[in-house]
Design a protein around this ligand. Structure first.
Ligand code: LLP
Length: 422
């Protein structure tokens, strides 16, 4: 392979000696590639965030719930959260026990709650009406409640999940009503939780929110845990040397707050975090093949097979993902040019990377879309009746294994019922 533009994956040794062009040929594209070593490292970074002893990292599986992926996360000693019966189901398949799964639900039906109760997982509810519903379904049960600490954060308004403009959590002013419902249905409140939003690169909002959450916690006796949520960011602009989140500094600040709260609360309390993106984003690159290069009114477009059915983040949030270029044989050009990289979906918004300065890209080149492990495959769809991609994992021992088969056309007929007469 000629390495045309591979700075970031070189720095991370992402390919571990594997040739991305050969992987693209063997498994086809678009292809999600997970690097197991990087995934394990990210799990360990957060497990070691603080010295406080009763500290649990719940991986937030919505970011990436591939079975193999979850198996690795589990083997690192993390627990998991779930957002749906489907996530609970797959987490159990990955070997997590019911006591390692925390179901954080939002506006769910009684049937969904019943499923979670039957599966034996702890449920967190985030409105008074859902607490009432839970009480009716499972009187006498243990439950957790999600509060809105009033402080939000996130890379886009769509992912800020606390503060004044969000549907999530219960406002602290409703604590008396929460207590009434707990009593009415003889429920035992064993934990409270929050999640302020996704992707912060400095810790101020998170630290402020946990202070607010701890004040709420003090109004309840007998809690077993307080869950501070996720949101830990990663640098998406690595090729411009964007600095990572300073985990050491943040960890020290949080650590002090945890010890102080535990002392004030006066019981052995478990403190949890719930990171999704930090654990998963950097461990994945999508390989995509360039199928056309063209000029349209002064703009140069590179057309590849990674449409927004494969990676939705750019169209949904204007998100930035670094792009690398790999080529099989020919020599790369020294010159760079400004190009817009687009996918194969029938919408003008199907733009993966806008106005990027990259070495000349040719038809047949393979692109690497970086930091795609969080909210990548999990948000992929069958839009335009396209097939969802395959996933492979580069194991720590250097072996490459297929962890999800590419969908086939027949999959598009699953659950479809033709009319008998037309
Ligand atoms: N806990 C709860 C209750 C959440 O809702 C989320 C994410 C997390 C934890 C994990 O947050 P993280 O550590 O990954 O930031 N699709 C968007 C992100 C949506 C986040 C939804 N909730 C994106 O691609 O940026």
């Amino acid at each position: 392979m000629n390495k045309i533009y591979t700075k970031v994956t070189d720095q991370m040794n992402f390919w571990e000696g594997q040739d991305p062009v050969a992987l693209a040929e063997k498994y086809g594209t678009p292809l999600y590639v997970t690097n197991e070593r990087i995934l394990r490292q990210r799990c360990r970074d957060l497990k070691n965030l603080v010295t406080y002893p009763n500290f649990v990292v719940d991986y937030s599986a919505k970011a990436n719930c591939g079975l193999a992926f979850l198996q690795v996360v589990r083997s690192e000693g993390l627990e998991v959260d779930a957002m749906s019966p489907g996530e609970i189901y797959i987490e159990k398949k990955a070997g997590f026990g019911a006591d390692q799964i925390f179901y954080i639900c939002n506006n769910v039906s009684a049937e969904e709650m019943e499923y979670a109760v039957k599966e034996g997982v702890v449920i967190s509810v985030d409105s008074l009406s859902q607490l009432e519903q839970f009480g009716q379904i499972a009187p006498g049960h243990e439950v957790a409640v999600r509060f809105n600490p009033g402080v939000g954060a996130g890379h886009h308004e769509k992912v800020v999940t606390a503060g004044k403009k969000t549907k999530f959590g219960i406002e602290p002013k409703y604590i008396p009503q929460v207590k009434e419902l707990l009593e009415k249905y003889d429920l035992k409140l064993i934990g409270i939780n929050q999640h302020i939003g996704s992707l912060f690169m400095t810790g101020e909002a998170f630290v402020a929110s946990i202070a607010a959450l701890f004040e709420i916690a003090k109004q309840f006796k007998g809690l077993r845990f307080v869950d501070m949520g996720g949101g830990f960011g990663i640098p998406y602009k690595k090729e411009f040397d964007e600095a990572p989140l300073d985990l050491k500094e943040l960890g020290q600040t949080i650590d002090k707050a945890l010890y102080k709260f535990a002392e004030e609360y006066g019981e052995q309390i478990t403190l949890r975090i719930e990171p999704g993106r930090y654990i998963s984003a950097e461990s994945n690159v999508i390989l995509s093949t360039v199928h056309s290069v063209k000029h349209n009114h002064e703009k140069k477009f590179v057309g590849c097979d990674c449409g927004f059915n494969v990676l939705q983040r750019p169209i949904m949030y204007d998100s930035y993902h670094g792009v690398e270029v790999y080529r099989g044989t020919e020599e790369p050009s020294e010159q760079t040019e400004t190009v817009t990289i687009v996918g194969n979906i029938c919408e003008s918004g199907d733009i993966l990377a806008k106005d990027r300065d990259l070495p000349e890209i040719k038809k047949g080149d393979v692109l690497g879309i970086l930091d795609a492990g969080a909210y990548g495959f999990t948000m992929a769809s069958n839009y335009n009746n396209r097939l969802r991609p395959a996933e492979i994992m580069i194991r720590e021992n250097g072996q490459v294994v297929l962890t999800r088969e590419r969908e086939v056309l027949e999959d598009l007929m699953r659950h479809v019922i033709p009319l008998e007469e037309v």
